[in-house]
Design a protein around this ligand. Structure first.
Ligand SMILES: [Zn+2]
Length: 238
């Protein structure tokens, strides 16, 4: 079985702000920021300390962890900062664990969002803008985002990153073609799309997929419980 954590380095944790309460009324102005109303952001990035704790657990249980990294942090002015520059200590730690073999990194988009539309709205949810690979976006955007994102991860890790995890399981034939043309070998998502490219879609339904958000909200003991509860070992990547 595969264990996967997503949203590392994604600024959606800062800007994806919406509410499911009261038929969307919770999205009204400031209400969505209140603890009772909010369904996703804000929360902070995993710290070096968090990563050390996660790694200790992974090693203790002889497990492996697939990490979906969003290649760039997008700030409020739509500037993009590569993950290893924005979070250098954490990036160095992850890189060492990748070299040791207990972590593996997958591309979780260049931005996780539609840049320029990513900031919170006054009256409505902005959730749909925190997906990257919509079919209505041009092929060139799919291609360039995958190309740039993969390049950043390859340069950081000094290896060929060949897995794409589309943010929110949103992707389409344009994404598959763009991924294939950029040397991606696997797409890991919960919805397979029929295609003719030499690229495998790995179903994530039977994997344990979570987000950095769970660690931030419930602590590393949340992950310990997952590892305790699952008798099958999380021993392999695909
Ligand atoms: Zn995500």
């Amino acid at each position: 079985m595969l264990l996967r954590i997503d949203d590392i380095g994604a600024s959606s944790k800062e800007f994806e702000i919406y509410s499911k309460k009261y038929f969307g009324f919770g999205n009204f102005l400031f209400l969505k920021y209140l603890r009772h109303f909010k369904a996703w952001g804000k929360y902070s990035e995993l710290s070096l300390e968090d990563w050390k704790n996660i790694s200790l657990l992974i090693n203790k249980y002889n497990a492996k962890l697939l990490i979906g990294v969003t290649a760039c942090w997008v700030d409020k002015d739509s500037n993009l900062t590569p993950f290893p520059i924005k979070f250098p200590k954490e990036a160095m730690f992850i890189k060492n664990k990748v070299k040791e073999g207990s972590f593996k990194v997958a591309l979780h988009g260049l931005t996780h969002c539609i840049v320029g539309k990513h900031k919170p709205r006054l009256f409505t949810s902005n959730r749909k803008y925190h997906r990257e690979f919509w079919d209505y976006l041009p092929f060139e955007l799919h291609f360039e985002n995958i190309r740039k994102g993969k390049q950043i991860l390859d340069d950081w890790l000094e290896e060929d990153v060949n897995i794409l995890i589309p943010p929110g399981n949103v992707y389409c034939l344009k994404t598959i073609k763009a991924a294939y043309q950029n040397g991606i070998k696997y797409i890991n998502a919960d919805n397979a799309i029929k295609h003719e490219y030499n690229l495998k879609i790995i179903d994530s339904k039977n994997q344990v997929c979570f987000h950095d958000r769970e660690i931030k909200l419930y602590g590393v003991k949340w992950l310990k419980k997952i590892l305790d509860d699952n008798k099958e070992e999380f021993y392999d990547f695909f």
